[in-house]
Write a protein that binds this ligand. Structure first.
Ligand SMILES: Nc1ncnc2c1ncn2[C@@H]1O[C@H](COP(=O)(O)OP(=O)(O)O)[C@@H](O)[C@H]1O
Ligand SMILES: [Mg+2]
Length: 252
């Protein structure tokens, strides 16, 4: 399979009050088309920073990010925005929903920006909302829905343009187990339909469903566990145990 994302010698340094903090050092990784990769690691190890820099939300201090054959540093603002709109989906912790729009309109907005067939966009939005059990929140304001509903709305928005990859930062972190299962089920469905996923999670249960797990510590990838494709939910327990053992060997 072709690589959809390729990261070479990526470093990210933040400078705060003249102190420099090397958050990521010489990261090398790749994600293949349709692959499902999890990123795990202690709090503060740089997982969110990694997602931001490989997805073009933020720029690396050095190194390169190649997405679908294009070096992100070679794109201007407008090209980068278009690439993110059409080819990438985002589920981040600070959710960036528009407070003055309804839940449905938030999901429709990136769809309308990328696709002039408004009817098709509306149908897709409603179908996604139905699958995630939030169709009855369509006309609600963003401030009127629960955290779980909001996270599921974010997933609908991330999927509206059928992206090549979804970047998800702890997508189930704040959810009860029922809502977490809904989100994972839809992420896996999107993945099986061909969308690559790069997901940060603290949950062994959740990461156990992915094809491969990267372990990040102090801004450095310290290991990689290839779990392979999960073909059946009944494998969940065994995969989770395998992952836990591997994580414990790394000081989890
Ligand atoms: N915008 C920022 N400015 C300065 N420092 C930051 C910024 N974002 C993150 N950091 C620092 O980078 C380190 C890693 O943060 P983060 O990527 O959020 O870790 P994780 O997601 O693994 O918990 C932390 O020390 C954090 O304080
Ligand atoms: Mg984080």
């Amino acid at each position: 399979m072709e690589e959809i994302l390729s990261v070479k010698d990526l470093c990210k340094t933040y400078i705060v009050r003249s102190n420099s903090n090397n958050v990521l050092c010489n990261i090398n990784l790749s994600v293949r088309e349709g692959e499902f990769v999890s990123v795990m690691g202690p709090s503060g190890s740089g997982k969110s920073t990694l997602l931001y820099t490989v997805s073009g939300m933020d720029s690396p201090t050095s190194g390169e990010v190649v997405f679908a054959g294009q070096n992100l540093s070679g794109l201007n603002r407008r090209e980068l925005t278009q690439l993110r709109l059409r080819e990438m989906g985002f589920i981040f912790q600070q959710m960036y929903m528009m407070k003055r729009l309804s839940v449905l309109d938030n999901i429709l907005l990136p769809g309308y920006q990328a696709n002039s067939d408004r009817r098709a966009v509306l149908e897709r939005a409603e179908s996604l909302m139905r699958r995630l059990g939030i169709i009855e929140t369509a006309s609600h304001e963003i401030t009127e829905v629960s955290g779980g509903e909001l996270q599921r709305a974010c997933l609908c928005r991330a999927l509206i343009n059928s992206p090549k990859i979804i970047f998800a930062d702890e997508p189930t972190g704040a959810l009860n187990s029922r809502a977490a299962e809904d989100v994972m089920r839809e992420l896996i469905a999107a993945n099986r339909a061909g969308t690559a996923v790069m997901m940060v999670t603290h949950s062994e249960r959740v990461a156990g469903k992915s094809d491969r797990v990267l372990y990040l510590m102090d801004g450095d990838i310290r290991g990689e566990l290839v779990l392979g494709r999960m073909t059946d939910e009944t494998e969940s327990n065994a995969r989770e145990r395998k992952l836990r053992t591997w994580l414990e060997e790394r000081g989890w």
